[in-house]
Design a protein around this ligand. Structure first.
Ligand code: AHG
Ligand code: MN
Ligand code: MN
Length: 337
């Protein structure tokens, strides 16, 4: 029988941090607080389908308490798990218009946390995978002062850690703190995330493309040509590709990480900047994809180099196997000329 490795997320984070003698342990504690929020959200997501059966109606449950939408619930849980640890100076969430200050009675730390509390929320009622995405930076303003918008508006390449949790057939947390991307699966009976894929490597080329093809009419001509190219038959280049599109970016990205291929949410004639958010969705998954040897682009350049202007900025994204992303960029470039 294969020897089982009993590597919890906590232990993995601590061992990774030990490789850096200058580390203070603060990032380990931050990630470990985040994993607690993930467990609480996972529990609630698994109960989502019971809401009607147990007689919850409208905005109120059987106790007369108001029932929050799951994305607001996830936002609140993350805030409450992260506001008092002393690791953060500021937060920002897809669900909140402005930056979120750390309440003044808590200690301030040197990190900045941005998150999409629930990604793929339109899939909740259909029991389809959804997730949480997070991005961590070091502050750029002076220590022991409240964090500012400038701390949040850093280019993705300055992230010190990033990750996501997929609430699917099981709950999986993937993170990178710079050296490799690692996946952990939640063992619900003991409430621990256990290492399931260490130092994951994305295939250099895949056989799956992932895009909302309903928007075909509005695409750039180069993108139309690229998709047609992927659909042609050619044994030497493994075409035609297959299509998979879940409609939850976290889940589509997780599959892309494991099986390879390309995930796309392009700009189009109706949405010139695409749909997905740079700070909460694209930067963190780009950091994970790169840590696994993949590429993430806005169609022209490396996504992690974009200097953001605003918190809720949108950006086109093409992420996945390096050869597939390079090929896409070439198609877009050729139509430009
Ligand atoms: P969110 O639920 O956080 O608003 O994000 C939804 C996003 C993302 O998860 C997914 O990739 C995309 O919306 C799907 O959009 P389309 O329905 O336009 O394809
Ligand atoms: Mn989202
Ligand atoms: Mn969301």
């Amino acid at each position: 029988m294969a020897k089982l490795r009993f590597m919890t997320l906590e232990r993995h984070i601590i061992e990774e941090e030990r490789k850096h003698p200058e580390a203070t342990g603060e990032l380990s504690r931050l990630l470990s607080d985040l994993s607690i929020a993930a467990k609480v959200i996972s529990l609630e997501v698994n109960k989502a389908g019971l809401v009607d059966i147990l007689g919850f109606t409208g905005d109120h449950n059987v106790h007369g308490e108001s029932v929050k939408k799951l994305d607001i619930y996830a936002h609140d849980m993350l805030f409450r798990a992260m506001d008092h640890g002393g690791h953060l100076c500021v937060m920002a969430s897809e669900e909140e218009e402005n930056i979120i200050h750390i309440p003044h009675h808590h200690r301030l730390g040197k990190y900045v946390l941005l998150f999409d509390p629930l990604d793929g929320s339109s899939n909740i009622d259909a029991n389809v995978s959804i997730g949480t995405i997070f991005s961590i930076y070091k502050r750029i303003t002076p220590d022991n002062t409240p964090g500012t918008l400038d701390d949040c508006l850093q280019a993705g390449m300055h992230q010190v850690a990033a990750g996501y949790i997929v609430y699917g057939s099981s709950t999986v947390l993937t993170y990178t703190a710079g050296s490799g991307a690692h996946c952990f699966t939640l063992e619900p009976s003991i409430g621990e995330f256990l290492l399931s894929h260490e130092n994951i490597k994305i295939p250099s080329k895949g056989k799956i493309y992932s895009i909302n093809e309903g928007n075909y009419k509005y695409w750039h001509p180069g993108l139309k040509k690229y998709i047609k190219y992927l659909q042609e038959e050619d044994a030497a280049t493994n075409r035609p590709y297959s299509t998979r599109y879940i409609g939850s970016m976290v889940a589509d990205i997780h599959r892309t990480l494991l099986y390879g291929g390309i995930f796309m949410y392009p700009a189009d004639s109706r949405n010139p900047n695409g749909k997905l958010r740079l700070m909460y969705e694209c930067n963190p998954v780009a950091m994970i994809i790169e840590a696994a040897g993949g590429k993430a682009s806005d169609g022209k350049k490396r996504l992690l180099e974009i200097k953001p202007d605003e918190l809720h900025q949108r950006v086109p994204i093409f992420a996945g196997s390096p050869e597939d992303v390079l090929m896409l960029e070439e198609f877009l470039r050729n139509e430009e000329e």
